[in-house]
Every structure is written in structure tokens, then in C-alpha cells.
Design a binder for this molecule. Structure first.
Ligand SMILES: [Cu+2]
Length: 169
């Protein structure tokens, strides 16, 4: 009996160690219109998170899903495929850029980008070029946002965007 309790405790300890104590959950809403009036969008469409964090895709409006885009996630990174109207939570452990889409609205530009870690390798340009319809331009905007150091969530932001500010004065 005691042996079993010890084994269970060890298992729990191992599980806890696998996720950093500061791991945060971030929410991305699936919307018919975002706060800037763009139709069919994720918001925030670009998100910078830390390894071990989770992202929950919330079905705020109906008719959307979230799924990772083939060849636009890091090698060995998490893939996911939510059903229409399904709220899903994805844990990101591997650093890199993860591009994702809403299957019904990808052609309308309903794509998103998650940066895991501070300085992951860029997405392959040729994969961005393959995106259909408006999602190509939308993804380019999100990549530009990532390069500008944007997307830090409130509470997670501690400096880091000083270098991105253009010297316009
Ligand atoms: Cu959609």
C-alpha cells in the first residue's frame, strides 16, 4: 500500500515538473468580425507565448475551427485539428512559429500565428506563398507583427519591444 502511494506521488511530481510553474493559458477567439472590423478572424491573430503555455481557441462565434497548417509548424511540434464550433486547448512545448487556420474561412484570411519562445527560426517563405486567397497577405501581416516584437500578452510583457520601435521623430 505504502509503496503504491510513493509511486503515485513520484508520478505526480514528474508530471508537475514537465510543465513550468509559470505556464500560462492564452485565449484566442474565433470571430465573425474582429475588433478592427475585419471579417472572419482569430483575435488576437498573433500571439507570443512561452514554451509550456497553452492556448485555448474559444468558439465565440459559430462556424469556425482551429487547426494547424501542414508544414507551417516546427519539426516535432504539436499539431491540432479542432472541429467546427469546438473549443480546444493546445499545449505548446516546442519553440517555433505555428501557423493555423479556420478551414471554412482560410480563403477569406482567417489564419493565425503563434510564436513560442523568444527567437525561433522563421517560417518558410514558400509555405506562406502557398496559402490561399487573403490568407497569404494576412499571414504576411502577422509575420511582420512577430518581427516587430508585438503580441506579448498583458501580464507577460516585461520589456522586449524597445528594439522594435522605429526611430521616427
Ligand atoms: Cu472561420
Amino acid at each position: 500500500m505504502m509503496k503504491k502511494i510513493i509511486a503515485t506521488s513520484a508520478l505526480i511530481a514528474t508530471t508537475l515538473l514537465a510543465v513550468p510553474a509559470w505556464a500560462a493559458d492564452h485565449q484566442v477567439q474565433m470571430l465573425n468580425k474582429d475588433s478592427e472590423g475585419r471579417p472572419m478572424q482569430f483575435e488576437p491573430a498573433f500571439l507570443k507565448i512561452a514554451p509550456g503555455d497553452t492556448v485555448t481557441f474559444v468558439a465565440t462565434d459559430k462556424g469556425h475551427n482551429s487547426e494547424s497548417i501542414l508544414n507551417m509548424i516546427p519539426e516535432g511540434g504539436e499539431t491540432w485539428k479542432g472541429k467546427i464550433n469546438e473549443e480546444i486547448t493546445v499545449t505548446f512545448t516546442q519553440e517555433g512559429f505555428y501557423a493555423y487556420k479556420c478551414q471554412p474561412h482560410v480563403g477569406l484570411g482567417m489564419v493565425g500565428l503563434i510564436q513560442v519562445g523568444d527567437n525561433p527560426p522563421a517560417l518558410a517563405t514558400e509555405e506562406v506563398e502557398k496559402l490561399p486567397g487573403r490568407s497569404k497577405d494576412r499571414m504576411a501581416e502577422l509575420i511582420a507583427e512577430a518581427e516587430a516584437g508585438g503580441g506579448a500578452e498583458a501580464g507577460a510583457a516585461e520589456g522586449g519591444d524597445a528594439e522594435a520601435a522605429p526611430a521616427a521623430q
